[in-house]
Design a protein. Sequence first.
Length: 429
Amino acid sequence: MYKAGPPPPHLSSNSDSNSDRRIIQPSVGPSPHLYQVWKGSNRFFLGGRLIFGPDFRSLFLTMCLIVVPVILFCAFVSQGLVHVLPHRLGHLVVVSSAVFIAYIIVLLFLTSGRDPGIIPRNLHPPEPDDDVSSISTDWAGSQCGGQNLPLTKEVTVNGMIIRVKYCQTCMLYRPPRCSHCSICNNCVERFDHHCPWVGQCIGKRNYRFFFMFVFSTTVLCLFVFAFCWVNIKHIMGAYHCSLWKAFAKSPVSGILILYTFIASWFVGGLTAFHLYLIFTNQTTYENFRYRYDGKRNPYNIGCASNFSEIFFSKIPSSKNNFRAKVKSDSSSIFSTSLSLGRSMSPDMSKSSLDIEMGKRQAVDAEEFEDIQSQIEGVGRLERCETQPRHASWDHKSQWEISRDMHMLVAEFDTENATAGGREKNHGDH
């Protein structure tokens, strides 16, 4: 174990300096919220109430592709149908298109602005001898734990054995049907895919709204397509002209017919594909990765039950309270720095340690005793030769942690000695 050197000169010469007091005295400041220190690539708005993916700007393009054609339809096409269609059906067409577009925008934001089912990360790797049945997101591995973690573990789902993978980023064994999204940098429960059109992962908590959004968009395209043809037919009958002359008299109708025809194939095909996935209880990721057509799907419980599971089951609550405040005391900072040192290279661990130690707050005497025991743990870590993740953590990075912690203890001892000296002098007087 490394021995601490003498205290720094500024401590021995002037132990009552303001710099010492800034280290010993607690710094008053509000604790950050979870969304402010979230390690994923998500973007948060309204104080953590809305969570989007890193490519959330694509929402504006998606909204334009939906809203602009409907505005053109209401302004140039439906107005010609108001007095043509019987029993005020023309007014109903205008109102229906406006309500339809509002409903689709709400579904779009319900899909892209909520937690899709993110699994919380672990602060430490799990113990290597943990049971698969006891896998949770609340593991707290010991200092020498997680040295021989298998890459996969077996679990039983509906009588079938499947393998779950260990996520190196989130430091947990992914639950069944969970996958890590490389774009959002999160493990998502019942991961379907990352949709660039909505700028969000599609998972357990927003798949229902995603399907309803795609299905409603398909219906809207067919709605506009049909009534544009009705307008063209009315022009042909009223002016006794050909189809091309009718298009010339109402060019917006012709443009919308072409646009909605192409869009209907895209969103309509997507709707049909996801209907197939719903009735067979698959995800897009599973369909392309595992191909259950040639083997038994352990999640398929029948068409009716599969449909009911998607649309009539209760949506689970989020496992993350993004608006909760995160406590940042010295012990958590030390454990975070230590876990970073295990998994990073020496240069990265040193820089991370400097950042974390720069944020440290004051601690009392009991906490310093805990820190001293942590220093002894650093020495024990040197003897844990079975941990493969220590290969990139050399003696230099260990000395950086040990040296800084010894300096912190020396500062505290100096402050106590100075306080004791002042009390003694006061007693003598």
